[in-house]
Design a protein around this ligand. Structure first.
Ligand code: 3MF
Ligand code: MG
Length: 435
């Protein structure tokens, strides 16, 4: 252990009654929920990016955090890795994730950046073997460096496309070497600031070509993880092509990638797209592309992608309900792509943020499991749709009836459907009983 978190003991489960702010009240890794350990359901990951690379800036002010690795070279990057693994151990999380830019300083050339990434991967390899912490996903930061200002795969300059391909390959190689469970692509600059300077169709073809090469390379190297795309409608660009789950699915279908790629859904990105998080989860599950989650919410008033830790158990309950109904995480997990607020300058604030977020998720998981075990809610849904099991209804659904045949039956039988209550208030009260 370094002395960055000096005086802080490993966080333990003490139960809902504890008043210890550095203990878990709900996250109890070994507790069995619906036949599975809580740790294996939730698959928590700490994100390197916001916990160790984020400096506490905002659009009107610079760095507020003091960290011994800021402004340093490779030695500082190693200190950063030491402290990161200290936090993973204190929290007892099974996973972490990172972008290349989070873990190593950018080099003077592509080759130097790549060799620095490989060198930090050596450090990670050793630490992962020592601690048992695993990699949930790796990814390339294709948005921060100014070379990507007009897009990465969607750049009008083919040399930027090539640089992007090389960067992704380097990150996939490292992710593969570290046994990553997934590889993520978030197209922060894959979009436009103004349609006036943009050939939309051309850029979509470029993005699809890159994703197809990523899928081919995954198979070539025998990477067993899942390729995940992270939808977001805008910010940093005015419009991003991976707008939401529905848009990503349409894109994947168009380019024949729907069986190869799944989605990493983030709470705040769903909000930005005008959806609830559970809408995005339910849709991804229905389309067969649910992969993983970034459990960070936005501020309800400001409208910005503030990436705050989750703290509303009702929201996490509905989220984990849909995740459990989708069969749980496969290779995915619950990543905190969450940031401290910029006034939270102390190392202990990193503990408070993650402990609160993990407890809110654990509480949501327990409530979601209780809803499923109780059965009233699922029985309501079954009842609501049960008439679709009838022979005539099935014939309509399967395409065995034409529009004219159905029209003739409605007229002949004098069909005049009675109104049925949607019972929204009853359902809201029912869910609240478990939260
Ligand atoms: C941006 C994000 C990103 C992605 C990350 C991995 C900084 O809004 O959420 O985090 O999660 O790039 O895909
Ligand atoms: Mg994210």
């Amino acid at each position: 252990m370094t002395d960055f978190f000096k005086g802080i003991e490993p966080v333990k489960y003490e139960g809902p009654e504890t008043t210890n702010p550095l203990a878990y009240r709900h996250y109890n890794p070994d507790e069995v929920i619906l036949g599975k350990r809580m740790e294996d359901h939730l698959r928590f990951a700490v994100a390197y990016w916001h916990s160790f690379a984020w400096e506490g800036t905002d659009p009107f002010g610079g760095r507020t955090f003091e960290r011994p690795w800021f402004d340093g070279g490779m030695d500082a990057a190693t200190v950063k890795a030491d402290v990161a693994f200290d936090l993973f151990a204190l929290l007892g999380v099974p996973f972490f994730c990172f972008h290349d830019a989070d873990v190593r300083p950018e080099g003077e050339s592509f080759a130097e950046s790549k060799s620095r990434l490989d060198a930090i991967a050596d450090v990670f390899e050793k630490k992962m073997a020592e601690t048992g912490v695993k990699l949930l996903w790796g990814t390339a930061n294709l948005s921060s460096n100014r070379r990507f200002m007009s897009g990465a795969a969607t750049n009008p300059d083919p040399d930027v496309f090539a640089y992007t391909a090389a960067t992704i390959k380097a990150n996939m190689d490292v992710t593969m070497r570290l046994g990553g469970a997934n590889y993520v692509l978030w197209g922060g600059r894959e979009g436009y600031e103004t349609l006036l300077n943009t050939r939309l169709g051309q850029e979509l073809d470029q993005m699809a070509r890159m994703l197809s090469m990523v899928v081919d390379y995954k198979h070539k190297i025998g990477f067993k993880g899942t390729i995940l795309v992270e939808p977001k409608p805008q910010e940093p660009t005015k419009h991003q092509y991976d707008y939401d789950v529905a848009t990503v699915y349409g894109f994947l279908r168009r380019y024949g990638l729907e069986d190869e790629v799944k989605v990493n859904i983030e709470v705040g990105h769903a909000f930005l797209a005008g959806h609830t998080f559970e809408h995005e989860l339910a849709l991804a599950a229905a389309l067969g592309i649910f992969g993983s989650i970034d459990m960070n919410r936005n501020d309800y008033q400001s409208g910005w992608d503030t990436d705050q830790f989750p703290n509303n158990a009702q929201e996490t309950t509905l989220a984990y309900y849909h995740i459990l109904k989708a069969g749980g995480f496969g290779t995915g997990g619950t990543n905190f792509d969450s940031k401290l607020r910029r006034q939270s300058v102390d190392p202990v604030d990193l503990l408070h943020g993650h402990i609160g977020g993990m407890d809110t998720c654990a509480r949501g998981l327990k409530a979601a499991a209780a809803i499923i075990e109780d059965g009233t809610y699922d029985a309501f849904l079954n009842e609501r749709y049960k008439d679709w099991q009838g022979a005539e209804a099935q014939a309509m659904l399967k395409g065995d009836r034409s529009l004219e045949e159905i029209a003739a039956r409605v007229e002949h039988e004098g069909i005049n459907p009675p109104l049925r209550s949607g019972r929204q208030e009853f359902l809201e009260n029912l869910i609240n009983r478990f939260v």
